[in-house]
Design a binder for this molecule. Structure first.
Ligand code: S3P
Length: 182
């Protein structure tokens, strides 16, 4: 029964994970795709492939507006590709109105992975400082506050702060199953 549910869900419409840097979008995305037995795509990786350089390098040499253009292009590519199943978006992707329109047209299900600011800071710190927008606590806090209400437009949200990756992935999968039977 469950395998059948997963098969019906997987790949029918993309499941898009959004949230702030450090929310666990990539880790949860991997686990969720594994649970649904479908493909996982990290949008930042698609951007890096399009640009032929790492995100930090894109910001440094081309600037943020060029990064956002590449990100929009990458999102178009991913949304138009059959079999894009679980997609982790970079923290700023859903904040761009044009990207939200793209996503609405795709009928994708948007899942907001919430995280407290202090926990996001801790996780960002642990990742070793590769994120270009994580240069200062002040900038991060401003972005965090500005983005919160936009992220809340998601179809479903869950707080990841004190949960394991497996727990969060399980919650999202359970919500998806519920949706299927409503
Ligand atoms: C960004 C988040 C990053 C990456 C880029 C910009 C943002 O992705 O897309 O550095 O604007 O919040 P993660 O959220 O996966 O760190």
């Amino acid at each position: 029964m469950r395998a059948q549910t997963d098969k019906r869900l997987a790949g029918a419409v993309p499941i898009l994970l959004i949230g702030f840097m450090g929310a666990g979008k990539s880790s949860v995305g991997h686990a969720l795709a594994h649970e649904l037995r479908c493909d996982f795509i990290d949008l930042d990786v698609v951007v890096e492939r399009l640009a032929g350089k790492p995100i930090a390098e894109i910001f440094k040499t081309l600037g943020e507006p060029a990064f956002r253009k590449l990100e929009a292009e990458a999102l178009d590519e991913v949304l138009s590709r059959a079999g894009s199943c679980v997609v982790a978006l970079g923290g700023g992707a859903f904040v761009q109105p044009a990207n939200r329109e793209r996503i609405a047209r795709s009928a994708g299900r948007v899942v907001f992975l919430e995280v407290s600011f202090e926990e996001a800071l801790r996780r960002i710190g642990e990742a070793g400082g590769a994120r270009p927008l994580a240069a200062s606590r002040e900038l991060l806090e401003k972005l965090f506050q500005q983005r919160e209400s936009v992220y809340r437009q998601a179809h479903f949200r869950t707080d990841t702060t004190n949960k394991s990756v497996a727990e969060v992935a399980g919650e999202v999968a359970a919500w998806l199953r519920e949706q299927e039977y409503q």
